[in-house]
Design a protein around this ligand. Structure first.
Ligand code: NI
Length: 177
């Protein structure tokens, strides 16, 4: 287990499309997920995608936190999601502020599907099938975007809604992610 370096925006590896995991329950996959978990917790992230630590596999983790960054968010169960597929349940979109460990210190207003179904597998190959909304849905969309080389600033509709966290939200606790 180890805290890994998180790649920052500008690194071309963050723009690549990641590959599906073909074999589950392997030492390689377990080590990857342990490292992702250590890294996410060390940096107080809401989630982390494998490409953010330079591994081009379709693996994301999220939830299970009481992050000072998101004190008002409903609790999301800690989830390991491999080879995810997202399917919006309705056409309804909602704007919300996002940050990313690969874009430290910044926040941007991003429109996301309010409600969606996601399917995939855990690290043992056990199927996951959930229908979720609000912040849970937002986190899943943000993390899965990383697997297709999409960073949240690429989804900001009006770049006036992009800025430094401590300038946009001076009353919130400091955060470098
Ligand atoms: Ni991110």
């Amino acid at each position: 287990m180890a805290i890994r370096e998180v790649l920052r925006m500008g690194d071309p590896r963050l723009l690549e499309r990641s590959h599906a995991v073909e074999v589950f329950d392997t030492p390689l996959l377990h080590t990857l997920i342990d490292d992702m978990e250590d890294t996410m917790h060390a940096l107080n992230g809401a989630g982390l995608a494998a490409p953010q630590i330079g591994v081009g596999l379709r693996v994301v983790i999220f939830g299970g936190f009481r992050s000072p960054r998101y004190p008002d968010a409903e609790e999301i169960p800690y989830t390991v999601l491999v080879n995810p597929v997202i399917e919006p349940v309705s056409g309804e979109m909602e704007a919300g502020w996002e940050g990313c460990l690969s874009v430290p210190g910044m926040r941007g207003l991003v429109h996301r599907h309010l409600r969606l179904r996601y399917t995939g597998f855990d690290q043992y190959g056990k199927p996951i099938d959930r229908t979720v909304s609000d912040f849970h849905a937002r986190v899943v969309q943000h993390e899965c975007d990383h697997l297709d080389g999409i960073l949240y600033p690429m989804r900001i509709r009006d770049l006036r809604d992009f800025g430094f966290h401590d300038v946009l939200f001076p009353d919130e606790p400091d955060s470098d992610d």
